[in-house]
Design a protein around this ligand. Structure first.
Ligand code: GDP
Length: 296
């Protein structure tokens, strides 16, 4: 996980430490670093921020050792995540009945699997979750969620194929209130993200269901596409947070950093496998430990 970014930073620190007194050579190394970061899905804006701070520190002669350089990098990257609102969807759920989350995302990113993982998480914490299949456009989508529900022994609220997704969500809320379900996890359609009808459909779901949170699911393996999807859904619908799936198979590492920086929205969870237990809360400190060398 994220091993390529760690290699990039390790190489940079190793090389830079041999040139600690030559400003010109250090600046050349930073140019190299820029390219390597971009190759590993770090968005251009983030690269600019990071390298301009590095250059400034070198101008000010405030770095004298490998250890100091590592600490400087760590602090710069950490500052990217500062001032982003933290959201805890588990403790928040205790404040509303039902607590409603609408999940957004392009087909294939791992959205239904993620919803199932979270439904299990809520059940494990004593909640009564209800998954809602509001993608009535793709025949397989409702079925996919139904199968997850069956495997987990958890209910899935389904509507008719082709029915109005917003109406299904509305019915699901009434159903949940009557039957005492306290967390509603709503799956939405994710056909082609550049699709005006889809945006209208999603906006209507949001208008009708008034979710407490709108969460985007992206696939880390799609690299820069994940960032583009995040920008798109944030502009079109507005997001509260992002879940990054397939982190277990993702070596580059830049996606969580880029999304956090560009959207100023929290990364809530990382998907780390295909099993229902394979999801973990995103932690900035863990992320920094993974992308930076531990030993010098
Ligand atoms: P959807 O179309 O967005 O609902 O995508 P699915 O939930 O059906 O997931 C697509 C594929 O990605 C499935 O084979 C999942 O098992 C797999 N998948 C989902 N999340 C993860 C993850 O965190 N790690 C890995 N390795 N695979 C995942």
């Amino acid at each position: 996980m994220f091993s390529k970014l760690r290699r990039v930073f390790t190489n940079f620190i190793e090389k830079a430490s041999k040139k600690i007194f030559s400003k010109k050579e250090l600046f050349e190394l930073i140019d190299e670093l820029e390219l390597s970061l971009i190759e590993n899905d770090v968005a251009y804006e983030v690269v600019e921020e990071l390298t301009s701070k590095l250059r400034k520190a070198i101008e000010e002669k405030s770095v004298h050792s490998k250890g100091e350089l590592l600490l400087l990098l760590r602090n710069i990257i950490k500052s990217i995540f500062e001032d982003i609102e933290e959201i805890d969807i588990l403790s928040e759920a205790r404040m509303y009945r039902p607590y409603k989350i609408v999940f957004l995302g392009v087909n294939g990113v791992g959205k239904t699997t993620t919803i199932a993982k979270l439904a299990k998480m809520y059940r494990d914490h004593g909640f009564k979750p209800l998954m809602v299949a509001a993608d009535t456009f793709r025949a397989g989508a409702q079925e996919q969620l139904r199968i997850h529900g069956e495997k987990l022994g958890l209910p899935v609220f389904m509507g008719k194929y082709g029915a109005d997704p917003a109406a299904i969500v509305f019915d699901a809320i009434i159903f949940a209130e009557k039957r005492g379900y306290d967390v509603l996890l709503v799956d939405t359609a994710g056909r082609m993200h550049v699709d005006i009808d889809l945006v209208e459909e999603l906006k209507k779901i949001v208008r009708v269901s008034k979710p407490h949170r709108k969460i985007l699911v992206v696939d880390a393996l799609t690299g820069n596409d994940a960032l583009e999807q995040a920008r798109f859904f944030n502009d079109a619908i507005g997001l509260d947070g992002v879940i990054v799936t397939k982190a277990d198979a993702y070596e580059q590492g830049g996606v969580p950093l880029s999304i956090a920086y560009v959207l100023r929205k929290p990364i809530l969870f990382l998907g780390i496998g295909q099993d229902y237990k394979d999801i973990k809360p995103f932690s900035v400190e863990d992320f920094l430990d993974k992308i930076l060398p531990q030993k010098l």
